[in-house]
Design a protein around this ligand. Structure first.
Ligand code: GTP
Length: 926
């Protein structure tokens, strides 16, 4: 924050010097801090509060900056090029650079500059190719992630995060050192913030905050990733912020698909960021802010660089706004001034944001105006492409002439200088006046920001004791920016800007300065002899040309840092991530392939035996059911038959109480017989029940044998069998008792033949009775008796004979009841039951009931077997699919591991610090 800056501001130059010395090798662009809003925390100079102008400018820069506005947070949408920056034309990067136009020093300098530019172009092209390749790799990874969701490396337990160097057992080959080296030093678990994420270059404050700030922030941030993941993943790490779960738990709790889609989002962001980095390194524009004390000669210096009097020069302070000088080609080749309205965001295509003026009117806008804060000055380059500082295809410099520093403008200029797109700050100091307080304040701030400043000591022609002046200025530079002092031969130049010949001002006598140079030389001693004067003039111009070469080199090196370094860091990080991800997934895919191959090996025979078992078991079940039912039917039939047949022979224990209760006896006997028959049916049912339980168990055994745990046992209750009303009714038979049941006719006939005395009477009685019952056999006996006796005898004997016979027969029948009735009844029941098909119907009923009961588990088993075969088939198909996918994944991730490693070495080979030392004059800008 500003406070950090202010603490330095209050220090003496010496104190500052010490601090600078301590931090000599630190990154130059660690800004003093960032606002909590996430916007760049611009340095404030002076009393610590940003002035109205500064605040306004800051808001303008947010939207007008080519990078600032487009790099907020992680939003890495396509960035706009800085307004007014030359259109990207990569082909121009390879065009011939400056050629030797002269002899001696100039010649050598030009050659050196050309070599330097070539070096820059080579690094740029190499990074550009890597970006394209990595985008290609990421797109393929994204496609692959859709079909084979990538496995995201996660920690095993939350505790393991404490030991950041412990490596999960399932991925032994990770290159921890690679991800650790990103930050330049091994990161410890206490300082996770040391890990440099290329993604953070997207944050507005990322380069603005000091490393201390970054550490503090990282410590106070909730840990979203375990240090282990953070170590290995610098770019692709997933930002999981769900609920209160620990990060590691969160990764585990997520479905593989969810992780894959989160990763997909990360990859998309990375692709976008890489594309924006690509555009950024292709962008040849670079902005140089020229600032310094009031009247130090800033405008004169800019004009000298342009070789044309574009900006108004005056002995009194005149520049009140920031004038950005751009190539007129950016404005369709038209030279004009766009004065930007105070509260507008500049858009060249929207004339409501600015007023258009002619170049000649620039002075009017620049001096004492209150309507504008900035203007864009589009001018045609009067120098050839080989000499031009503005535009030569490798680096196209936009010069920004700032108002002279005073208590009002210092803060605003400091804010302006903080812009990321300002590659270089040129500080113009008057050789006569040296550094003012405002100048010192500004340089302290800028040196903290930019590490190196380009210092132009102007008006050197007016100094008599040049050595003393140099010494005094360099002493001051040492106090203000030791690094700049260290490279002073390259970074501190003593020149006379007004000595450089320039074309006349637009609209001047030469009609717009088309290349006819007017000599400079103001400030020369008029008493000097002419020849000596010319020599001096030449020297001044050579000094200025030397300055120009140094400035170009400085811009190039700064650009290598500001534009190429983020791309290199990001590429290194993303390639490390891709490599780790690919290594993990290659291992996962291989183990998955091994697993499914083994699974298929087990599955194939299982499916085969299941299919075979399905048909075999079905036959077996049918056979079991058939055999059981047949056995039950036969058993029932046999049992009932025997019961009915033998029922008459059995002593049923029914007491006979004499002739007067003969009928009751017969009734009781019949009921007892029927109940006995019914009991045998029940016994058969019981037998069937037992057999059914056996059958069900046999089917169950088959089920368990072939389906194992898959077999669903049904709850079979045998006691419920034969409980229906139909079953009860089937057993019952209604047979009425009749009088004739009491007479055993066959016995009676046998007896008639044995007893002769009663033969005739009995014969008659029998004949009568026979008639009565319709027995025609007895009639024949009666007719033969009549023949023997003759008509008279017959008439006399007939009545008593009949009486005797009837009495005798009746007595006999009554006497025979206990012996004859059971047989009579048995025979009658047997006949009756036969007529209603009692045995067959009950046997059928029982066996079909059993069949029905057995069919239920049998069908269930059949369905289970069919389902099992179906499931095994589906599983086999699925496993084969996974095997194929795993094969593809093994191949793909194997290639990715190789390709990402190869690309990483290519990126590593891009050494931005190894610029041609001889050319750079030993300057090393880190
Ligand atoms: N003798 C001498 N005079 C110079 C030199 N450079 C600039 N001047 C003069 O110094 C005066 C101020 O120059 P400017 O370029 O307007 O200064 P400035 O820093 O842009 O002024 P403000 O922007 O208003 O602060 C002009 O009269 C120039 O001619 C130089 O190298 N030698």
């Amino acid at each position: 924050m500003g406070q950090e800056y202010f603490s330095s501001k209050g220090m003496s130059p010496k104190g500052h010097h010490d601090e600078q010395d301590d931090d000599h090798d630190a990154a130059p662009t660690s800004y003093a801090g960032a606002g909590s809003s996430g916007r760049p925390g611009y340095v404030t100079v002076g009393n610590g509060s940003t002035s109205h102008h500064a605040a306004r400018l800051q808001s303008l820069l947010d939207s007008d900056s080519g990078y600032g506005g487009s790099t907020v947070g992680n939003d890495i949408g396509s960035p706009r090029l800085p307004m007014g920056s030359p259109r990207t034309d990569p082909s121009r990067g390879d065009m011939p650079l400056q050629t030797s136009t002269g002899h001696g020093d100039t010649d050598r300098r030009n050659q050196a500059a050309a070599i330097h530019q070539l070096w820059y172009n080579q690094q740029r092209l190499s990074l550009r190719r890597s970006i394209n390749k990595v985008v290609e790799l990421l797109k393929e990874l994204q496609e692959n992630n859709a079909t084979w969701p990538a496995h995201y490396p996660s920690v095993q337990t939350a505790d393991s995060s404490s030991s950041s160097r412990e490596r999960p057992s399932f991925r032994p080959g990770f290159h921890h050192t690679q991800s650790m080296s990103i930050g330049g030093e091994p990161s410890s678990s206490q300082h996770p913030g040391h890990l440099r994420r290329a993604a953070t270059t997207l944050d507005n404050h990322s380069t603005a905050e000091s490393s201390k700030d970054a550490e503090n922030k990282a410590a106070s941030e909730p840990r979203l990733m375990s240090p282990q993941i953070a170590q290995e993943f610098s770019v692709l790490k997933l930002d999981l912020k769900l609920g209160a779960l620990h990060q590691a738990e969160l990764v585990h709790s997520l479905e593989k698909g969810s992780i894959a889609s989160l990763l997909d989002g990360k990859i998309s962001s990375s692709i976008k960021h890489l594309q924006s980095l690509g555009e950024r390194i292709e962008d040849t524009s670079s902005k140089v802010l020229v600032t310094g004390d009031l009247n130090a000669g800033k405008s004169t210096f800019c004009n000298a660089l342009l070789r044309r009097k574009v900006l108004p020069e005056d002995q009194q302070p005149c520049t009140s706004i920031f004038c950005e000088v751009l190539d007129a080609r950016e404005n369709g080749g038209i030279e004009e001034v766009h004065a930007i309205h105070k509260y507008a965001v500049y858009n060249r295509h929207d004339e409501t944001t600015y007023d258009v003026f002619k170049l000649q009117e620039l002075e009017k806008i620049v001096i004492d105006n209150s309507n504008y804060m900035q203007c864009k000055v589009y001018v045609r380059d009067v120098r050839s492409i080989d000499e031009s500082l503005l535009n030569n295809g490798v680096v196209d410099i936009a010069l920004i002439d700032a108002p002279g520093l005073n208590s009002d403008t210092t803060k605003t200029t400091a804010v302006f200088a903080r812009q990321e797109e300002i590659d270089v700050v040129v500080f113009v100091v008057s050789a006569a006046n040296h550094f003012t307080m405002s100048a010192k304040e500004f340089i302290w701030a800028a040196a903290a920001e930019k590490a190196y400043l380009f210092i132009v000591v102007n008006g050197y022609d007016g100094i008599r004791n040049k050595e003393r002046c140099q010494k005094m200025i360099l002493d001051q530079v040492y106090g203000l920016s030791p690094r700049t002092f260290k490279e002073s031969s390259e970074l501190v130049h003593f020149v006379s800007s007004n000595a450089v010949p320039t074309a006349p001002p637009p609209g001047g006598p030469d009609g717009g300065g088309s290349g006819s140079y007017s000599g400079g030389g103001g400030g020369d001693d008029p008493n000097d002899p002419k020849g000596k004067g010319k020599e001096k003039e030449k020297e001044k111009i050579q000094d200025f040309e030397k300055l120009e070469q140094s400035l170009r080199r400085f811009v190039l090196e700064k650009r290598a840092k500001s534009k190429l370094a983020p791309a290199k860091t990001y590429l290194t990080n993303i390639l490390n991530d891709v490599n780790v991800l690919a290594t993990v997934n290659s291992e996962v895919a291989q183990s998955e392939l091994d697993r499914v191959t083994q699974e298929l090996r087990d599955l194939e025979p299982l499916l085969e035996s299941s299919t075979r078992a399905k048909s075999e078991v079905s036959d077996q079940i049918d056979q079991t059911i058939e055999e059981t039912c047949k056995g039950i039917y036969d058993y029932t039939r046999m049992s009932l038959n025997s019961a009915i047949t033998n029922i008459g022979d059995r002593n049923l224990g029914v007491p006979y109480h004499g002739i007067f209760s003969a009928f009751e006896y017969a009734e009781a006997l019949k009921d007892e017989m029927l109940s006995e028959i019914s009991a045998s049916v029940t016994a058969c049912e019981e037998h069937a029940r037992v057999q059914t339980v056996g059958g069900v168990n046999a089917i169950k055994q088959l089920g368990i044998l072939h389906l194992g745990d898959e077999y669903h046992d049904l709850n079979f209750r045998s006691d419920v069998m034969f409980r229906r009303r139909r079953d009860a009714l089937a057993k019952q038979v209604e047979i009425p008792t009749e009088l004739w049941d009491f007479v055993d006719w066959s016995t009676l006939v046998q007896r008639q033949e044995k007893v002769a005395g009663t033969g005739m009477a009995l014969t008659v009685a029998t004949a009568v009775g026979g008639r009565l019952i319709g027995g025609y056999g007895w009639m024949d006996h009666a007719l033969s008796a009549a023949k023997v006796l003759g008509n008279d005898n017959l008439r006399r004997l007939i009545i008593p004979g009949i009486v005797v016979a009837v009495v005798s027969a009746t007595a006999y029948v009554l006497q025979q009841i206990p012996q004859s009735l059971p047989h009579r009844l048995s025979t009658k029941l047997s006949t009756q039951l036969l007529s209603i098909d009692y045995i067959h119907s009950n046997s059928t009923r029982i066996s079909s009931s059993v069949r029905k009961v057995l069919r239920f588990p049998a069908d269930n088993l059949r369905v289970g077997l069919a389902r099992s075969v179906e499931q095994l088939g589906a599983k086999r198909d699925e496993t084969m699919k996974v095997r194929e996918e795993s094969r593809v994944a093994v191949k793909y991730f194997g290639n990715l591991v190789r390709e990402s490693a190869q690309q990483r070495s290519t990126v590593d080979a891009v050494d931005l610090d190894a610029h041609p030392q001889a050319v750079a004059g030993g300057i090393s800008i880190s």
